[in-house]
Design a protein around this ligand. Sequence first.
Ligand code: UDP
Length: 139
Amino acid sequence: MAVERTLSIIKPDAVAKNVIGKIYSRFETNGLKIVASRMAWLSEREAGGFYAVHKERPFFKDLVSFMSSGPVMIQVLEGENAIAKNRELMGATDPKKADKGTIRADFADSIDANAVHGSDGPDTAKVEIAYFFPALNVF
Ligand code: UDP
């Protein structure tokens, strides 16, 4: 297994619920290190740019407006198999289908307000990390 980095976002619903610490604790107790972090209130432009891959999807407009509706906490997680490990900790996109004990099962309300984002593969992780942490791109 390789040490990887992945981009994670605690979305506005979870920030509003005051569970940043609880979610960070899940990362840390499962071997993921927070190697960069910043809180931001994204503009619609920034949120739309981040989710550009979904721009033709019917939920795109609502997703952009939700992601810019309040502050988010953005972090880079590092660890063995970090990309898959974070996805496992997050649970399924729809919290009703997420396994018990996952972040989405425990903290998310709906498929739109689903608490966290996590990169879904190595190429996406690279692009997403560079989007929010351009300085980390310089090795
Ligand atoms: N989304 C939504 N409605 C849908 C599918 C997705 O609002 O029917 C939102 C949801 O917030 C999700 C994001 O779009 O987290 C990106 O979708 P993706 O399929 O990439 O899910 P994820 O990788 O976040 O589990």
